[in-house]
Design a protein around this ligand. Structure first.
Ligand SMILES: O=P(O)(O)OC[C@H]1O[C@H](OP(=O)(O)OP(=O)(O)O)[C@H](O)[C@@H]1O
Ligand SMILES: O=c1cc[nH]c(=O)[nH]1
Ligand SMILES: [Mg+2]
Length: 209
């Protein structure tokens, strides 16, 4: 079973409070989502393999470590996942970005695909799927299915807020995928919104209703 890593850093908790607040407008919301994604990138990359190279400082030759040629891919689930891309790229500038367009049908709650553009060598990359919200888990599960159908086999999922139901659904469908979240909330409401959550992440990022 994949692990679930819940961030416990004070900076993440602090910023998440203002992300949740309904009085936070789109500009600040976008900035905060970007910043939390950047802070989470630090944790989600913790296990990247290192290799030692020789360099010369102004004082002496020495051996020092770099990330060992691992190819990364970040995969935002449109739309709301887009809000996390810039923060990730700030720390992982060489990562390729693939996009999966999905929306959740408000009646059936089933994910509907409308776009998919991935790096050609997706099967060779370590992939991090981005979506602020993991509610029923239907969208994340479908996105990971797309990636696996195209040969990907090294996938992590990174979300801001998860419902217990969503974590359970992804773990059941994809037991090989580790899940990184800033918070696990209480439950889903009758419309499958996360409680207390932050509302509709896409609408708050982009100012739509
Ligand atoms: O876990 P689930 O029950 O599938 O719900 C989560 C999905 O719902 C939201 O997207 P939405 O459908 O609102 O699309 P949007 O990003 O375009 O707003 C969110 O960004 C996730 O992708
Ligand atoms: O709470 C939720 C659930 C799904 N999608 C969102 O944006 N928010
Ligand atoms: Mg939305």
């Amino acid at each position: 079973m994949g692990k679930v890593v819940v961030m416990d850093h004070p900076l993440i908790k602090h910023k998440l409070t203002f992300i949740r607040d309904k009085n936070t407008g789109s500009k600040e919301f976008r900035e905060l989502v970007k910043e939390v994604a950047m802070l989470m990138a630090y944790e989600v990359t913790r296990e990247l393999p290192l290799e030692e190279i020789e360099i010369e400082t102004p004082v002496a030759k020495t051996k020092s470590q770099i990330i060992s040629g691992k190819k990364l891919g970040i995969i935002p689930i449109l739309r709301a996942g887009l809000g996390m891309v810039e923060g990730m790229l700030n720390l992982l500038p060489a990562a390729k970005v693939g996009h999966i367009g999905l929306y959740r049908d408000p009646e059936t709650l089933e994910p509907v695909e409308y776009y998919c553009k991935l790096p050609t060598d997706v099967e060779e990359r370590e992939l991090i799927v981005l979506d602020p919200m993991l509610a029923t888990g239907g969208s994340a599960t479908a996105a990971i299915n797309f990636l696996k159908d195209r040969g990907a086999n090294n996938i992590k999922l990174m979300c801001l807020i998860a419902a217990p139901e969503g974590i359970e659904a992804v773990q059941k469908a994809h037991p090989d995928v580790d899940i990184y979240v800033a918070a696990v909330d209480e439950k889903l409401n009758d419309h499958a919104y996360i409680v207390p959550g932050l509302g509709d992440a896409g609408d708050r990022l982009f100012g739509t209703k």
